[in-house]
Structures are given as C-alpha cells and as structure tokens.
Design a binder for this molecule. Structure first.
Ligand code: ADP
Length: 536
C-alpha cells in the first residue's frame, strides 16, 4: 500500500480513538456529543479518502460520495459543538425544529451527492481517480464554509466572557481545528473546484495537527485522562482492523465469524472504557474530597487555636476576682472584719470551698492553654520533695477529716532531691491527693515517698493510694488524656473538668519523669504514682 494511504489510516484511527474518549467522557453533554461526532466524521472522511485512492475503479465513486457526506457531518457537528462550547448552557435547549434545520444542508447534500449535478463525471487517469464536479458542488462549498465559519465566530465571540479555564480550552480547540479546517478546505474543497483532484490526500493530514494540539492541551491541562485516550486509540485501531476483515469477508461462514469477532470486541471495548471512566471519575471525586478534608482540617486548627486563646484570656480574667473573693472570705473567717454569727461562718466556709475549687479549675485551664500554646514555663532548681508533699497532705487534712476518711503520709526518702520546678510539683501532688480524697467516700488515703531503682537509675516515687471508687481496666489507659472522666466520677462529682491528670502528665514528662495509674477495678480503690530522677 502507498505510504500516504497508510498514514491516512493512522490519522483516521487516531481521530477515532480521540473521538471516543471525548464521547465516553460524558455522553450526555452536548459539547462532548458535538465534538465527538465531528471528530468521528473526520476519521470517516480520512478513511474515505484513503479507500477512494486504493479502491478498484468501479468502487471509487461510492467512496467519493462517502467522504463528501462525511465532511458534511464534520461541518454540521462542529457547528453543533460551537453553539454549546465552552458552556453547555450557552444556548437554551435546542428545539427539534432547530435540530432539523441544523441538519437540513446535510440532508440536501445526502441527496445531491447521488445526482450528476454534484458529481458530473468520474474518470480514472494516470495520476489516479478524478471526480469532475458539477454546479451543485457550489451549494456544498457554501454549506461547508458557512457552517465552519459560523462555529468559529460563535466561539470567538464567547472568548472574552469565558473563564480562564474555558479560555484555555477555547484557544487550543480553535487553533487546532482552524489548522485542520483550512487544510481540509484548500486541498479538498477549493483545489477540486478548480480541477485539481490529485492532492486530496493531503487534506486529512492537518487533522493530525488538530489531534496533537488538543492532545497537548489534554496532557498539559488534564482535560481528559491520558490513559483513556491511549486505550481508546489502541482499541480503535483493533476495531478498525476487525471492521476491515469483516468488510472483506468473501464467504458466508467467514462473514459470520468476522461479524461475531467485531461484535464481541466492540462489546468488550465499551465495557473497558466504561470501567476506566468510572475509575477516573472516582479518582477525581477522591481528590475533591481530599481538598475538602484539607480545608476542613485547616478550619479546625484555626478554631482550636481560637479556643485556646479564649480559654487563656477567660482564665486570666477569672483569676484576679477569685483571689479577691478568697482574700475577703478568709478575713471574715479569721474575724479580721469583726465577729460574725456561726450561721454566717458556716456559709462563708462553703464560699471558701467553692472559691478554692474555682481557683483550681482556673489553674487547670490556664495550664491547658499554656500547654497547647507550647508556652509552659518551668523554673528548675534542686529541691527535696518530702517537705512539699507533707505540706500538701496537711493542707488537705481538714477536707479528709470532714469526709471521715483517714489521710496518712509516710516519708521513706527524707533526704532525696530532684531537679524540678517546686511550684509545678506542688500542683501535681495537690492534684493527685485532692483526687484521692475527692473520689473516696470511706476508708483512707495513703501517700508514700520512697526510692525506686529501675533499670540502673534511681528515682524518687510519690505514690497516692486510696480506697475510693476505683477505675475500670478499660478506662485506665485514657485517664491522662484531655477531658477524660469516668462515669462514676461524673456521678460523684459533676463539677470536674477532667484536666488535672492531663496537666500532671505533661508537667511530669517535662521533668523527665513518669506517671502511672493502677486499680484492681470499680469500687476497689486506685493508686497513682509519679517517679522523678534523683539528683545528688
Ligand atoms: P477531674 O477530677 O476534674 O475529673 P482529673 O483530670 O483530675 O479531672 O481526673 C480525671 C478523671 O480521672 C476523673 O474524672 C476520674 O474519672 C479519674 N480519677 C482521677 N483520680 C481518681 C481516683 N483517685 N480514683 C478514681 N478515679 C480517679
């Protein structure tokens, strides 16, 4: 076969693959339908010209009619595409009569190509086959040129108003198709008009420019998925081969066999493309979802920061008035402001306890906001914790007594020192002993301080044991997380926030120590232990 014809077939197959990719991408969108059909018609026209050239003398005229008609389809569907592109809603729904009007010149062409006024005569000369055109051909030229020009003008007029993305698509589609249309009209429309029929094989090549230009846009700007395009070009090539085999079948059994192969491969081709499209679509959806998630995450972070800031500001504002309340209440209780009745004293004691609770809570909130902002500051120094633990126990003694529970402290490591922030360690011990007293209704709370050797390093261990509500095994792990509270604790003390242990863990870890909890189960008490490295 003449290499020019081989190239024509390659162009046809490439166009076909490209067209089916566009069509399958969204077969309901008029833009895809218009452009897909126009490119399929281009493939048919290209193949028609090749067939015209290689067919026997008797069949030449049939192929000429075929490709003229195919070119008519190109113009018709390109205009249909242009009317909708780039925004499918560019024109309101096309009414059936408008559809009919759009196809009218095509219908007339279908009639004319069979009349001698279009193809006046047909001859086979040395250079090849030649068609002598009649006056009706002028109608065809007018139809083709005006449809293509109308499509271009409509699209160009939309250029200014289009979005950046649509503009980019418009640029590529306009440039690529313009080259193809000019090439096609010079070699296949005008030259034959002036009797030159020898160069019609040149016309389809510029359509490859169109495919490459638009293909480039697709590569670069991901308008279509490249895997789909390559699969469809490959499958179109296979289908074209099966179609040729089918058309060339010379016996009835062969005809059926080739027909079956063609039908089966078409079916498989459609399944394959559908599956690929589905996958691409779900990948697109996933990437959209990922974008949403990222945005939601950023928003959450912003809200979290705002919340921390709010807590910080609010707790600073709460601290000052609370200190004032506490000061005046203790003045009342000490009698500095004159004697008050026993009843008033009782009430003042309650006020003092509530104020103390609030001060605790505000301290926890302030710590939380400092931890979250990464602004927790420590004033490290050498200290002996024994005295400090003793003070805390003494401070809570009255509360324990009021509840009728015992509170004992045993110091088995009187001289042991640690490097720590005394204020913060006090806060830790206060939290643990206060919890033990708070969550115990009967029995006793025991605090011990001793030395613990673990893995070659000597550590001081502060242990707080109680006979209180205990903790379920499954709850143990989460006790040191923010806002974690057990159901039993909530019932017994609805006023807690669940922040104390979180702060304890943070402080102890920042001291290079560990904190742990154990409990034999609900109602059977718990043991909290803090370990800190000993310094000489
Ligand atoms: P809060 O006491 O305000 O709830 P904490 O962070 O100090 O906050 O304690 C968190 C939770 O740990 C408590 O709500 C409770 O469920 C549990 N918990 C703490 N200490 C004890 C304890 N001694 N006995 C039983 N449960 C405790």
């Amino acid at each position: 076969m003449d290499p020019r014809d081989i190239l024509l077939f390659i162009a046809a197959v490439t166009n076909l693959g490209f067209a089916s990719a566009i069509l399958f991408k969204n077969p309901k969108n008029p833009i895809n339908i218009g452009y897909g059909l126009a490119v399929i018609a281009t493939a048919a026209w290209t193949a028609g010209i090749a067939m015209f050239r290689i067919a026997g003398p008797a069949e030449g005229i049939a192929w000429a009619r075929f490709y003229y008609l195919a070119a008519g389809f190109i113009a018709t569907y390109f205009l249909y595409f242009g009317l909708h592109f780039p925004d499918r809603a560019a024109i309101p729904r096309v009414a059936p009569w408008q559809h009919a009007l759009l196809h009218l010149p095509l219908a007339i062409t279908a009639y004319l190509v069979f009349s001698p006024s279009f193809i006046a005569s047909y001859e086979v000369v040395e250079a090849g086959k030649r068609i002598v055109l009649g006056p009706a051909y002028w109608f065809y030229v007018l139809f083709w040129i005006s449809y293509m020009a109308a499509a271009f003008l409509v699209m160009r007029s939309r250029f200014r108003a289009a979005s950046a993305q649509a503009r980019l698509q418009l640029k590529f589609v306009l440039a690529g198709t313009l080259v193809a249309a000019i090439g096609g009209s010079i070699f296949n429309l005008f030259l034959p008009l002036f009797g030159n029929y020898d160069l019609i094989w040149v016309g389809p090549y510029p359509t490859l420019v169109m495919v490459i230009t638009i293909g480039y846009a697709i590569f670069k700007h991901r308008i279509l998925d490249i895997r789909i395009i390559s699969t469809e070009i490959f499958s179109s090539a296979l289908l074209a081969i099966f179609l040729l085999q089918f058309l060339r079948a010379s016996s009835l059994p062969e005809f059926f066999l080739q027909g079956a192969i063609l039908a089966a491969s078409t079916f498989l081709f459609i399944l394959l493309i559908r599956a690929m499209n589905r996958e691409v679509r779900s990948r697109e959806e996933i990437s959209v979802l990922a974008d949403h998630l990222a945005a939601a995450n950023a928003e959450l972070k912003r809200l979290d920061e705002a919340k921390s800031e709010f807590i910080s500001i609010a707790s600073h504002q709460l601290r000052a008035p609370l200190t004032v309340i506490k000061g005046y209440v203790s003045m009342f209780l000490e009698g500095t402001l004159g004697q008050i009745s026993t009843l008033a004293q009782e009430s003042m004691k309650k006020v003092a306890i509530s104020a103390e609770q609030l001060i605790h809570l505000v301290a926890d909130l302030l710590d939380l906001s400092r931890i979250e902002a990464g602004r927790m500051k420590y004033d490290f120094g050498r200290m002996v914790p024994g005295a400090l633990v003793g003070e805390v126990v003494a401070e809570l003694d009255a509360t324990a007594k009021a509840k009728g529970i015992g509170l004992r402290f045993e110091n088995r490591a009187p001289g042991a020192a640690v490097k720590a922030d005394a204020g913060k360690i006090r806060e830790v011990v206060m939290n643990l002993v206060d919890n033990a007293v708070k969550y115990t209704s009967a029995g006793e709370v025991g605090v011990t301080l001793d030395i613990h050797d673990s893995g070659g390093s000597r550590r001081i261990r502060i242990e707080v044991r109680d006979t209180g509500i205990g903790i379920r095994r499954e709850d143990l792990n989460r006790m040191f997380t923010k806002f974690a509270r057990t159901e039993e604790a909530r019932r017994l003390r609805p006023d807690g926030l669940g922040l104390g242990l979180y702060v304890v863990k943070k402080i102890i870890e920042d001291h290079g120590g560990t904190v742990s909890v154990s409990s034999p189960g609900l109602g059977r008490g718990s043991t909290f232990a803090v370990e800190l490295p000993i310094v000489p």
